[in-house]
Design a protein around this ligand. Structure first.
Ligand code: NOJ
Length: 763
């Protein structure tokens, strides 16, 4: 951990002197400045500020600059270099009031250096590592003139059919909330106004991860208790951590689209939570109110959105077209528009742009000659974070780590796949700069390399799926088939396997399979790759599966077949090196799953912290008349919090400092953790609590705390957790957040299922 912190400092984690910076010298306060500016603005200039446009390669730059100079655009996204953005800011400086533009982008898991996808970051359970990834991303994005990111995405996802599961931090409210806070602080630094910092806009507000059946853009119908208890806390954590923006979700909530949802945007976000920042719509969401069937036409859509409190409209023209008429007819008030403009100006003030519109754009003479220059990357940080995010799922007979002198054959369509290694939403990452598994292993083996390679299979043999995945990649398709027949490829791989000591198969999904608009009904590894695995298994050689995927897959069969399975998700620019570090034992894996793995799609949802049920299934007893599926083993294939190491850990002597707790008191829960194996290693000690009896049904357990600790071989350590009344509170049927007296079970384990338990009474 020491190394990580040092790296963090080197790239500027040290705090900035914010106080001196936060107040632009000539201005007294944000409110006074914004009100004063607002008074000088015409209606057109105000409405112009509400427009956020996407800059595509095909767009007429000159026209855009003209529009900006006329005061018709407030900000852009997808223009991501200083030379691109400087002329736009110059145009803004030619506008009547010289209101600066801001420049945004989807910086989700890195900017030029791509870190592991968010689901992988969450698998590290390492807040320093996650924070470092966000800090590097902010620094690199700011150096490319960006002011704002549409991140973090903190949607709780419990249905892995949803392709955007990859972009979130998993299924658990507590873990995701902790990460939400870390990410906001990492992006925004110790003061947003710093030139190295960018504004975070948390998304997708709200409940996007709960879309029906995991179908993207779909509806959400949810009880208020479930919202408050399980789905809303991560957004709130991000806002409490100071997120300057919120992106509003595309889904509806209990019949009202989020974009038109007065309860969500006003009662909850603004009044109850006190959010004072910028609310941005998602792409085209105002127009989609017509498709949702809550607005007759564009005019009504614009009215609903501005009334709800959507400050900026992303990539549609309805505000510009409709707000003047709506104002004239008295259907909306001047204050509706002014409130939105105030937030846009306020955000620009917070970003430091009124003080210096070129804060992140800098001077032309300092522009990087090559935005992709190697020395702009943070490879060491990316490699370290990536290896912390890998999860060892199986390791029969200590198949891993591999000996560097073994004869290894590397197979699979993901073995030489630098694009997929980056994962989706790879911002400004360049595939040629990302390290494939083949390259990583070759480098690790150096001169002694006895590594052979055979592709073995295409990602999928379904041409329609390939067409779907390549739909938007006109110039260079991402999924490129090897034209040879499946059998020829398998035969080649089998032949190579027969001559090797061990087979490493890089299999799973292409990155586009776990993305926006990539919902799946089938979570198996595609059949082309399963045929390959079957053939490799038949050789009798030890088989190591290196999984690359953006969501839990259904791998019951592969669990039986493989000697070892390493879940690597999509691990970013340095993925190939990081995975090799683990495969060859240069790093001992320590990741834990932030989401449960179902055995089959029919079993979804499988999240661990479900509510207690009247007829629960008891393992080892007949299942009749209990809550389960009779044709499937009950419970997940791999539970939340699970992950192996090359060493072993034992837990003993769990103790509570008291068997009673009063409302102002504290209990110490402790456990002795021992590294009983032969290697040094890290593990995550997890604390779960169950509220046994309450005024309403409570979950069977909930994560309440965790500690990631490093122990040398043979070393032991007593881990302590403090429990107080706050850890026991929940939202009751009246949405009152309070703890109820009674019995609580405290469980400590190295995953959510294998735990030791003690109890206490809240008085
Ligand atoms: C649509 C996505 O839903 C959102 O997450 C993203 O930020 C915007 N497009 C902008 O790219």
């Amino acid at each position: 951990m020491k190394k990580l912190c040092l790296l963090g400092l080197a790239i500027g984690l040290a705090s900035h002197s914010v106080l001196a910076d936060t107040q632009p010298a000539p201005l007294q306060s944000k409110d006074a400045f914004v009100s004063n500016l607002l008074k000088q603005m015409t209606l057109d200039e105000k409405i112009g500020q509400l427009r956020l446009i996407s800059i595509g390669p095909e767009m007429p730059r000159e026209l855009i600059r003209k529009e900006i100079a006329a005061g018709n655009i407030g900000g852009t996204f997808n223009s991501i270099t200083r030379p691109e953005n400087r002329p736009m800011q110059d145009a803004a400086m030619r506008s009547r009031l010289k209101i600066p533009m801001f420049f945004a982008y989807d910086v989700i898991h890195g900017h030029r250096t791509i870190f592991p996808i968010p689901l992988a970051l969450a698998s590290s359970w390492d807040m320093d590592a996650i924070g470092l990834s966000g800090r590097v991303a902010a620094k690199e994005a700011a150096a490319d003139s960006l002011d704002l990111t549409f991140a973090p995405m903190v949607d709780i996802s419990r249905d892995p059919r949803w392709g955007r599961t990859s972009e979130g931090f998993g299924e658990d409210t507590y873990l995701v909330s902790r990460i939400a806070k870390v990410m906001v602080k990492a992006y925004q630094g110790s003061g947003l106004i710093g030139a190295d910092n960018i504004m975070a806009s948390v998304k997708h507000f709200a409940l996007y991860g709960a879309v029906e059946g995991g179908r993207d853009y779909n509806t959400v119908d949810m009880s208020p208790v479930k919202m408050y208890q399980d789905y809303l806390p991560p957004y709130r954590a991000a806002i409490d951590a100071g997120a300057g923006g919120v992106m509003v979700a595309l889904n509806s909530i209990n019949g009202i689209p989020a974009t038109a949802n007065l309860w969500l945007m006003q009662d909850l976000l603004r009044k109850e939570w006190g959010f004072k920042g910028l609310a941005v719509s998602d792409h085209g969401a105002i127009f989609e109110l017509i498709k949702h069937g809550v607005a007759r036409d564009g005019r009504e859509a614009a009215k609903l959105a501005i009334k709800a409190g959507i400050d900026m409209s992303m990539n549609d023209t309805l505000y510009g077209k409709e707000l003047p008429g709506l104002l004239k007819s008295g259907e909306i008030q001047q204050s509706d528009i002014d409130n939105a403009v105030r937030e846009v100006l306020g955000a620009k003030f917070d970003m430091g742009l009124f003080r210096d519109p070129y804060l992140r754009i800098g001077k032309a003479e300092n522009d990087p000659a090559d935005p992709y220059a190697e020395d702009r990357l943070h490879r060491a940080e990316a490699r370290d974070v990536a290896r912390r995010s890998l999860v060892l799922l199986e390791n029969k007979n200590q198949t891993l780590p591999l000996s560097k002198s073994a004869k290894i054959v590397l197979v699979g369509p993901l073995a030489k796949a630098p694009i997929d290694m980056m994962g989706s939403w790879a911002a400004a990452g360049k595939p040629a700069q990302s390290v494939s598994l083949f390259d990583g292993m070759t480098r690790a083996l150096g001169d002694q390399a006895k590594l052979t390679y055979a592709r073995g299979a295409n990602i999928t043999s379904d041409k329609n799926v390939v067409g779907y995945l390549n739909f938007l990649n006109f110039d260079a398709p991402e999924v490129v088939d090897d034209p040879r027949s499946a059998q020829v490829m398998i035969d080649e791989a089998v032949k190579a396997a027969q001559q090797a000591d061990v087979v490493v198969a890089a299999v799973g999904e292409s990155r586009g399979m776990s993305h926006e608009s990539s919902s799946r009904t089938d979570l198996n590894i595609p059949s082309s790759q399963r045929d390959l695995i079957n053939a490799l298994k038949a050789t009798g050689k030890p088989l190591v599966l290196v999984l690359m995927n953006g969501r839990p897959l259904t791998i019951s069969h592969e669990k039986e077949q493989a000697d070892a399975i390493l879940e690597t998700w999509f691990s970013g620019t340095e993925g190939g090196n990081a995975i090799s570090d683990v495969l060859f034992g240069d790093y001992n894996p320590s990741g834990k799953l932030p989401i449960s793995f179902p055995r089959s799609v029919g079993q979804i949802p499988t999240y661990y912290n479900h509510l207690s049920i009247g007829r629960p299934f008891t393992p080892g007893k007949p299942g009749n008349y209990t809550s389960q599926y009779f044709d499937e083993t009950t419970g997940p294939l791999y539970p939340f919090g699970y992950g192996l190491s090359y060493t072993d850990f034992s837990l003993s002597d769990m103790a509570l400092s008291s068997t009673t707790l009063n409302k102002t008191g504290k209990i110490d829960a402790s456990v002795t953790v021992k590294n009983t194996g032969k290697r040094d290693g890290e593990t995550v000690v997890q604390l779960y609590i169950q509220d046994v009896t309450g005024s309403m049904i409570r979950p069977i357990k909930e994560l309440k705390n965790f500690q990631k600790i490093m122990l040398k071989a043979g070393e032991q350590h007593v881990v302590h957790f403090t429990i107080d009344e706050d850890d026991l509170k929940f939202y009751n049927t009246q949405l009152k957040y309070a703890a109820e007296p009674g019995k609580f079970n405290v469980q400590i384990g190295l995953d959510s299922e294998n735990v030791t338990q003690q109890s206490f009474e809240l008085l």
